[in-house]
Design a binder for this molecule. Sequence first.
Ligand code: KIV
Ligand code: ZN
Length: 500
Amino acid sequence: MDRIIIFDTTLRDGEQAPGASLNQKEKLEIAFSLEKLGVDVIEAGFPVSSPGDFEAVEMVARNIKGSRICALARAIPKDIDIAYQATKKARQSRIHVFLATSKIHMRYKLKKAEDEILRLAVSSIKYARNLCDDIEFSPEDASRTEEAFLYRVVAAVIKAGARTVNIPDTVGYAEPYGYGGLIRALRENVPNINQAVISVHGHNDLGLAVANSLAAVKNGARQVECTINGIGERAGNASMEELVMALKVRQDYFGVTTSIKTKEIYRTSRLVSKLTGFVVAPNKAIVGLNAFRHESGIHQDGVLKKRSTYEIIKAEDVGFKVEGLVLGKHSGRHAFLARLKTLGYKLDEKDIDEAFKRFKILADKKKQVFDEDLVTIVQEEIGSNALEVWKLEAFEINSKSNSVPQAKIILKSSGKIFEADSGGDGPVDACYKAIEKITRLKCQLLDYGIQSVSRGEDALGEVSLKLRSKTKEAMGRASSTDIIEASIKAYLQAVNKIAG
Ligand code: KIV
Ligand code: ZN
């Protein structure tokens, strides 16, 4: 059976999503997770865009062994050299060169005629092939490129040595019939097309990125470019979890496989959500909290009688165990560790101690501790060893109708206790103002969101936010059964990143 190459661009196009900036450590953490997920190619960044991006790609290239590491470059020698430098330590590397070919991009953005574009495309591929064996070429805005010109460009770059030709729907303009037809037409009209892998790259401006990519696969594309949770430029990219599961569940129709270990999907989705601060909508296919819940009585009855009456995917196949009660306050460390192992987590001793302490506190407050709760606790503990400049000791809130809410905050730093009171527009605002008095760090709250991460009236509330202080921005995320506590902890996490 044909295998579809999964090319993940969460760290490049995904990171281009407004507000999703990731630091080097976070990028590496995601790269490890993608490797574990079984991704074939990780597009780790656009190294020429900044020294930070260069270092992040280099770090990913040095550390990841199981996936090919790719870097993006414009069709100019300087970009290609830098992409090569950033990826050359990888066990397997790729350089991805792009150049726009649509009339509108050539005329207004590049101010170049067709022949010059063709010449540049060919010379850049030849240049890149001298440095690296595996070169991918993207005629940017391919779906709006005049077809006859696209055939010429594709044939020429394959002749020049491109191993993969990607056909991006850069502005999310395509629809499935047209996009599938374009892939078929390329196969019929480009004489040397069989010497390269056809790849597709969808954007979600019309909500069609996944559908378009699937139509392309049906018509012969053998690489799909995608991101975890579908994050990316504007409305995002094709979502990897949706693509992979569609190919798996409808293997009868598509007749292809992928190398993705689907049980790792949920864990990776949570990690990307945590690190980017992009909350996953509850109704999001595959990884949304409601994706496997049945609310209506008729559906519940059907599922109890035979699961497949209303379920086409088993939650556990994507590593999402919503079934039944997991642990409670009488569960011991052994049961806790066994459950984490089943969920795919291996923690070091220090993280285990901290996570177990948090589990016990949570189990005291919550009757039932579900897998979603455990995943949240553990993801918060992993990598939480960052310097804690400010730690919450205690808080007190006074809030009633027709009066200004008051907050008292007690923080600890370097063994000393600090305390402040403040009023505010609401209880959360009052807490943040009191924290600001203690830390003397003036912060602007750029984003604040709250969602429930598990089930029941006593569900964990998860707060994610973004702060800006002068030129620094940082994300914070924390959960608690008390949303004020979660709000304070998320704020302090971001403050500590800025101050640390
Ligand atoms: O959307 C796009 O065209 C891109 C290219 C760089 C492949 O992201
Ligand atoms: Zn893109």
